[in-house]
Design a protein around this ligand. Sequence first.
Ligand SMILES: CC(=O)SCCNC(=O)CCNC(=O)[C@H](O)C(C)(C)COP(=O)(O)OP(=O)(O)OC[C@H]1O[C@@H](n2cnc3c(N)ncnc32)[C@H](O)[C@@H]1OP(=O)(O)O
Length: 421
Amino acid sequence: MTPLPDGYRTVAVPHDRKNEFRAVDHLAFAYEPDEKTLEMLPEQLEWDRCAGVERPDGTLAAVHSSYDFDLPVPGGEVACSGLTWVGVRPDERRRGLLTAMIDFHFARSLERGEPVSALFAAEMAIYGRFGYGAAANDVRVKIPRGSTLRDVPGSDALTVRFDTADPDKHTDLVHAVHVTAGAGRPGWVTRASEASRRARVVDPPAWREGGEPLRIATVHDEAGDPRAYALLRRKETWTDAGPRTPVQVREAAATDPAAAHRLWSFLLDLDLTAEVSSGMLPADDPLLGLLLDVRGAVPRIADNIWVRLLDLPTALAARRYSAPLDVVLEVTDTRLPANAGRWRLETGEAGADGYPVQVTTTDDEPDLRLDVRELGAAYLGGRSLAALARAGLVTEVTPGTLLPTASAFGWPIAPVCSWVF
Ligand SMILES: CC(=O)SCCNC(=O)CCNC(=O)[C@H](O)C(C)(C)COP(=O)(O)OP(=O)(O)OC[C@H]1O[C@@H](n2cnc3c(N)ncnc32)[C@H](O)[C@@H]1OP(=O)(O)O
């Protein structure tokens, strides 16, 4: 465990210290929600997973929490501790408090039987040193109004409804479509608690920044069943050249191609608007296949979910592989030495969801050398071990083993998490 300053200690933070816990995070994030916002936001924190660092006088200097997730991985899912709400008071930073909290978080996650941890990083430079790898990218596109989509049969038969988002009315619809839309996509964490589902639809006035209240567009089939939704906000804008209202999509999902086509056709043709910002999409989102002029949709690509293997053999065996594999990996892991050493990965007979693998320790010579951070990056199948090798982050010791291993770790569906937790 990392030494803390004298008299400081890592502690669990119970619910009755909620205000103190939040105050530390507000100081760290330069954020102070007003009373109305606090009232409207559902309580998402799981208090038996909240922790922090106490100073000698018993006050909190740093906090963090985690969510209990089932993380979708290639061909399956794995118990995952979703690290969140990490904050250190500005006057206590760079004294090792985060480092101590990470050790605490890893130990508690392993005790709970969670072989993997995941997070969204506030800044890129923070978490790699702790063995987290950036495991997915998301794409946000700005699409000009009126952009044409390729045809999809059945789209015209679907209807669109447009409404003000209402947590009482829309939470269940959003959750149901979100779950179906992401089935089989690595990284697509679904919102397990009622509070986290509701939080996607709430819209405190302080978040509107001069825009309209959050709206929802939903796509329905002839039976009235929902097949797609977009949560969005417009901000009325007039210029000398006429109306140029931007549309910002908070989140969109569709269960099938026709519904995706109907949804985006509607969003790209709203009166008075000039441009639609898509929100976070997977790199292979159907929208990018449907746009006739995809070059006209200006992309921004950013890191999405980060993954840390805490219990390496259990984590690697929890996913499936795209091709047969018999390889020895030599892994370094300074924070969790139980993961370090040589591991043989040998696949068994393929099932419908890919090749299962047996992971055993070995004294055999290694084929590839890499840090646990790179294994985390490749874990969801979206970052190629071959690409990491070209950046000097993976070493091929036995010639000819890199490409087959990279192929086996890859996956045909791009990973993404559609919401920041
Ligand atoms: C999953 C999430 O919740 S992401 C949210 C993270 N929180 C924030 O960004 C809020 C604002 N920032 C903070 O609260 C803090 O500065 C934190 C949490 C980022 C870092 O906490 P600290 O206690 O200062 O980190 P700690 O002292 O343990 O630093 C460990 C190492 O990481 C480095 N480090 C820490 N934060 C950063 C950063 N933002 N950028 C670059 N390096 C960093 C430190 O320099 C140190 O390096 P060293 O070991 O080479 O000396």
